[in-house]
Design a protein around this ligand. Structure first.
Ligand SMILES: CC(C)(COP(=O)(O)OP(=O)(O)OC[C@H]1O[C@@H](n2cnc3c(N)ncnc32)[C@H](O)[C@@H]1OP(=O)(O)O)[C@@H](O)C(=O)NCCC(=O)NCCS
Length: 249
């Protein structure tokens, strides 16, 4: 199949979702140029003008801070965050038999010994020049501290964390996210992770995780997260809260 030469996906090719591919084949649709969008989005060598609109434009926090508000908006910090995650070699993508990428689940490794440092980089106002992205990172750090997952699972030394989950909009509501998560769980089992974790900013990703039997261990309503007495994120309903879901493997 064409289009898999991208160096960041080279380890992931063996993880192609057979089940999803069959499902997509049965549905028999072909989202135009999707493989280009995803491969360009996750390739750091591309010039900004070559990058198409991001598949993460409608993630609730991104929408709320208008991170990628224009058709051709980009966020190099988000791309760097995504690429860093892909480099862990645990990510999966859903593709059709025609080679179209219709969903990605970017999974990163979090080890207990690193957890105090937080693997989220570019966190401080000084080091992150993109103020919108910085708001999101600060929020993720806040819930990391508040949820304190390693303290709840003292026997567990490494967690497979879902950092980015995205399905092309023309394929949503057909179980692709659930398939990606199921495959992620399989990888976690094979690679000896004690726990899979996903911080669900979207009502729909939370629903997918709950359906797969994940346990919700932390919830924060967006209206309860404030800076200088101002609510920071106001996504449209039904995205009212962030939920952390985990499953022991
Ligand atoms: C969140 C997202 C990945 C879900 O992908 P998906 O493939 O549509 O998810 P699934 O088909 O597995 O659906 C999960 C559940 O949400 C429901 N759902 C998904 N999209 C829906 C929609 N637009 N309206 C109503 N229900 C929806 C599904 O019906 C399913 O519920 P069910 O099991 O009760 O039927 C996708 O909406 C997306 O990419 N959103 C933008 C990026 C984002 O928000 N990522 C998540 C950040 S944590």
């Amino acid at each position: 199949m064409a289009g898999y030469e991208g160096k960041h996906f080279k380890h992931k090719l063996t993880l192609i979702l057979e089940g999803v591919a069959i499902l997509c084949y049965a549905i028999n649709q072909s989202p135009a140029n999707l493989i280009e969008i995803v491969s360009k989005f996750y390739t750091k060598d591309k010039q900004p003008e070559d990058r198409p609109s991001s598949p993460l434009r409608d993630e609730p926090l991104n929408v709320s801070v208008q991170l990628l508000d224009q058709e051709n908006s980009t966020c190099p910090e988000l791309e760097e965050y995504s690429i860093k995650t892909i480099d862990d070699g645990m990510s999966v993508m859903a593709i059709t038999p025609y080679g179209q990428i219709i969903g990605v689940c970017l999974n990163g490794i979090t080890r207990k010994k690193d957890s105090e440092e937080l693997d989220i980089h570019n966190a401080s106002e000084d080091s992150c020049h993109n103020k919108k992205f910085c708001k999101i990172i600060k929020f993720l750090q806040h819930i990391e501290r508040e949820s304190n997952i390693f303290a709840k699972y003292t026997e567990i030394n490494k967690i497979l964390c879902v950092k980015i989950l995205s399905v092309d909009c023309s394929w949503r509501g057909r179980g692709i996210a659930k398939e990606l998560m199921d495959k992620t769980r399989e990888i976690a089992r094979r690679e000896g992770f004690g726990l899979v974790r996903a911080d669900c900013t979207s009502y729909y990703s939370a629903k997918a995780l709950a359906k797969l039997g994940f346990e919700c261990v932390y919830t924060l309503q967006y209206c309860d997260y404030k800076e200088d007495d101002e609510i920071v994120f106001k996504p449209d309903p039904p995205h009212n809260e962030i939920k952390i879901y985990v499953q022991e493997i």
